[in-house]
Design a protein around this ligand. Structure first.
Ligand code: C5P
Length: 236
């Protein structure tokens, strides 16, 4: 059977497979910011993201966090479990940056006394607005039980990723993850995990190694992503 495109996002394409429980996720070379208003092609980015994401998914799985990742198919794609996405984006912040600094007039890089968990309503037309869990429950997007399970997972994911990145000289400033339910009801982390969805700063220089290089025209976007991958591959 030919794979059919199920959905096409700004930087990924999801395709059907012969197995209705599995999909192919293909990483494209597109880079976007500000909800797709700023766009460019970064040659080789899809391959780098595919490799980074695979290593991080496997790290989380090894540490007991279920994700949609099954295996790498080729240099652009993963085979993943099919999920029904929960229409929320979850952001975890360890240091103030990005949207938070603009909203609250706090200096970039301010350490937070505890990690902040945020949730946004996934809606491109509305620019994924910031909501709280009361909205998510009241609007029937999620339930109190599901959100409690997710918050527990966010804490675990943050602990695992913070330690991992520190071991390769990178500070995990913040990141965004999404979740979905597999057909058997299992809650799985899905979407992607990469320098496109995390703020990653070099511990020594505080230089950004993530999508902020594209957002703020800092240059060397692809090279910075490759540097993250290089450190991951060299990790003992
Ligand atoms: O823009 P903001 O400060 O809310 O972003 C927090 C983190 O979530 C950043 O690492 C950013 O790259 C990520 N994010 C994302 N996709 C979005 C919104 C934020 O990957 N739609």
């Amino acid at each position: 059977m030919d794979n059919k495109i199920i959905s096409e996002g700004k930087s990924r394409q999801v395709q059907s497979t012969d197995n209705s429980e599995e999909v192919i996720v293909l990483h494209k070379d597109n880079e976007t910011a500000y909800n797709g208003i700023k766009r460019a092609t970064v040659p080789g980015k899809g391959v780098t993201i595919n490799a980074i994401s695979a290593i991080l998914y496997q790290l989380l799985e090894k540490n007991g966090v279920p994700t949609h990742f099954i295996k790498v198919v080729d240099e652009h794609s993963h085979l993943c479990r099919r999920v029904t996405p929960i229409r929320l984006e979850f952001i975890v912040r360890n240091f103030a940056a990005g949207d938070m600094t603009a909203r609250l007039d706090i200096p970039t890089g301010t350490p937070l006394k505890k990690p902040i968990f945020e949730c946004c309503y996934k809606n491109d037309k509305l620019d994924d607005p910031f909501i709280n869990t009361h909205y998510a429950i009241a609007l029937g997007i999620s339930t109190a039980e599901e959100l409690a399970e997710i918050e527990h997972k966010l804490g675990t994911i943050n602990t695992i990723l913070t330690a991992y990145f520190l071991s390769i000289g990178i500070r995990l400033v913040d990141f965004k993850v999404e979740f979905g339910r597999a057909s058997d009801g299992t809650l799985l982390m899905c979407d992607e995990l990469s320098p496109d969805s995390c703020r990653l700063w070099d511990v020594e220089t505080s230089e950004s190694l993530d999508r902020d290089r594209f957002r703020y025209d800092l240059g060397n976007v692809g090279e910075s992503y490759e540097e993250v991958l290089r450190r991951m591959k060299n990790k003992k």
